[in-house]
Design a protein around this ligand. Structure first.
Ligand code: ADP
Ligand code: AMP
Length: 218
């Protein structure tokens, strides 16, 4: 049966970093809604243009648009074995839509690791984040530096700093997370799917804790 893992946590918690490592290990697709929006932005699609105004302000793209985009992505053949979801769902409506679309695939969410990181750590994480142009790989100038400054270790493409990682936008993204996404912690706890992991530990320790949580649940 296909395995669907939802990585939950505030912006900067380490979802993308961990998804990269874990998806490889289990042969699952890493599906990041933020990466999908940035891909559309780069390709100047209608969806990209629509998303841009919300992303620039650190707000959420409307549910209907986001759900349709993720539904299309999960329906592709490379997600047949399941997926590691990063950044989706972000609202209760999205969580319900996910449950419904997985039911259509005769599947369900397997486990929801929640990467807990306090707010004061997030700003430093995001202001030092460098993202790869080609595939969205992430680095940190202090905590996870690339081998060569400005170059992605995985695909050699250029590293850049996201516009929405500027401190003013980060503050709004954290506020939006608290208001709209944090309720999902309780939602998945009540469903018996939530496993909390301490995201303040070094990257490899967080990976180990996540792998343990996933193995236990699978
Ligand atoms: P998210 O996808 O949750 O927004 P990222 O995975 O992009 O978060 O991580 C945000 C930043 O923090 C990146 O620069 C990343 O290299 C760094 N980072 C991720 N995990 C850790 C960690 N455990 N300790 C220190 N820095 C981390
Ligand atoms: P991320 O890459 O996860 O940090 O997301 C970057 C931005 O993309 C967010 O600040 C939102 O504007 C938008 N976005 C990503 N995922 C979602 C989602 N599930 N729902 C709404 N907006 C999203």
């Amino acid at each position: 049966m296909a395995v669907y893992i939802v990585l939950l946590g505030p912006p900067g918690a380490g979802k993308g970093t961990q998804a990269q490592l874990i998806a490889q290990k289990y042969g699952l697709m890493h599906v990041s809604s933020g990466d999908l929006f940035r891909e559309n932005l780069k390709n100047e699609t209608e969806l990209g243009k629509l998303a841009q105004t919300f992303m620039q302000r650190g707000e959420l793209v409307p549910d209907d648009v986001t759900i349709a985009m993720v539904r299309e992505r999960l329906g592709r053949p490379d997600c047949q074995k399941g997926a590691l979801l990063d950044g989706f769902p972000r609202t209760p409506t999205q969580a319900q839509a996910l449950a419904q679309m997985l039911q259509e695939f005769n599947a369900a969410v397997s486990v929801v690791p929640y990467i807990a990181v306090p707010e004061e750590v997030l700003v430093e994480r995001l202001s030092g984040r460098w993202t790869c142009r080609k595939n969205g790989h992430v680095f940190h100038e202090k905590y996870n530096p690339p081998t060569a400054v400005g170059v992605c270790d995985y695909d050699g493409s250029e590293l850049y700093q996201r516009d929405d990682d500027l401190p003013a936008t980060v503050k709004n993204r954290i506020k939006v997370y608290q208001e709209q996404t944090a309720p999902l912690i309780q939602y998945y706890r009540e469903n018996g799917l939530l496993v909390e992991v301490d995201g303040t530990k070094p990257i490899d320790q967080v990976t180990n804790a996540l792998l343990q949580a996933i193995e236990k649940a699978a």
